[in-house]
Design a protein around this ligand. Sequence first.
Ligand SMILES: [Mg+2]
Length: 342
Amino acid sequence: MKLRFAPYSLPLRSPLQTAHGAIERRDGFQIWIGAGRGEAAPLPAFGTESLAECAAALDAAGAGLARAPAPETVYDVEALLDSLPPAARFGIELALLDDLARRRELPLARLLSKDAGWEVPACALLGAGDAAALAREARAAAQGGFRTVKLKVARGALEDDLARAAVVRDAAGPSVRLRIDANAGWTEEQALSALRRLSPLGIELCEEPVSDPRALRRLRGATAVPIGADESFAASSHREQLFECADVVVLKPSLLGGLLSALRWARRARERGIQPLVTTALDGAIARAGAAHLAAAILGDGPAPDAGLATGRLLAADLCEDPAEPRDGRVRIGAAPGLGIP
Ligand SMILES: [Mg+2]
């Protein structure tokens, strides 16, 4: 099999402020293997390899794949992916799975699970800066059919987070779920105070209030706000331990080394009574489609929190037409084979 890859750089419509700093653009690689498409967009701040390390890994993997026959099963796919860093592994696996699903004439979600759902409810990530724009964005999301919206917090003063969350709650209305994401921007003490004060707004979930698993465990149940482990889960070498520290684990397949690995973690989480939540990592349309098919496969095992798939509109340009664009707050998995990219 021949692997080709090419760099891309996609600007965001406006910088997304997070506790790790502002994200202004996403840089990565498009990947082609057979008829399959893949994408690798490292996020070193979230524990992946750097862009240069990713390129070197893709190069090296290409040399190995050149001698390998096309895989016939998902197990064959995994056997080809030994010892690759997470973003490169995700990108190559995605292209191999897309190619395999196309040859089998199945949507990728059905290759992952015969019980995969056909519709994935999505959460809208709100990126606006000032209060008026944030209110407009939240109202538009609710009117557009999203049942869950998400707000980044812990980037500055707690009063600012409280004000922004109140604006969103007000604009979106009482029936929309409000999710927050601190990206570990708080100390444990700040997190406890913030969650106590945010709780009356009805918070569905707080992703990554802090990064220390012991502190996460203490915050779990300390207020009415459920706790999600995101970066700390992806970066941990003892991920099973995080199941004791959180109500939800956030699965970003590009940080976990691929869809198959993320699907296994989702199933392990469910066995422990933890909910699996799939999100993109602000990727281009190819990786977002991969995350959508993963989320559909996971819904085959039972309900899950609304997936973080509605991030494409934050990008000012994209890699291809979006096969997984949410409509009425849902991503529909069509009958088209593979990722559904024409
Ligand atoms: Mg997060």
